[in-house]
Design a protein around this ligand. Structure first.
Ligand SMILES: [Zn+2]
Length: 106
């Protein structure tokens, strides 16, 4: 993913509108490109502060760990999605195996 594409996806990422391959490529870029990550960090901070002001969380203005925590969570979700695909694949494989087995060895 190039800089322009990554930067154009920041808003969608912050609105939790990125999924699958696009999300993975976006996070890959953010983790390898400090310029884009800085932009993401600033926009994420603006959003967090805005949200905190609206929610009236006056005492909690430490946002430093929020973006890394969010990225880590999204990474875990991507891994779980992959695991699910693998499990469904294995399940399908076993099912087909059982059907073939039942068909030939009754
Ligand atoms: Zn970049």
């Amino acid at each position: 993913m190039d800089h322009g594409r990554a930067l154009s996806l920041i808003d969608r990422y912050l609105k939790k509108n990125l999924h699958g391959k696009e999300l993975r490529e976006f996070l890959d870029h953010m983790e390898s490109c400090s310029a884009c990550y800085d932009e993401l960090e600033v926009r994420s901070l603006v959003l967090d502060v805005d949200e905190a002001l609206r929610d009236g969380e006056e005492n909690d203005f430490d946002f430093s760990g929020r973006l890394p925590a969010r990225i880590a969570k999204d990474r875990r979700r991507i891994l779980l999605d992959k695991l699910l695909v693998v499990l469904v694949g294995i399940g399908g494989f076993i099912l087909v195996g059982l059907i073939i087995y039942g068909f030939f060895f009754r």
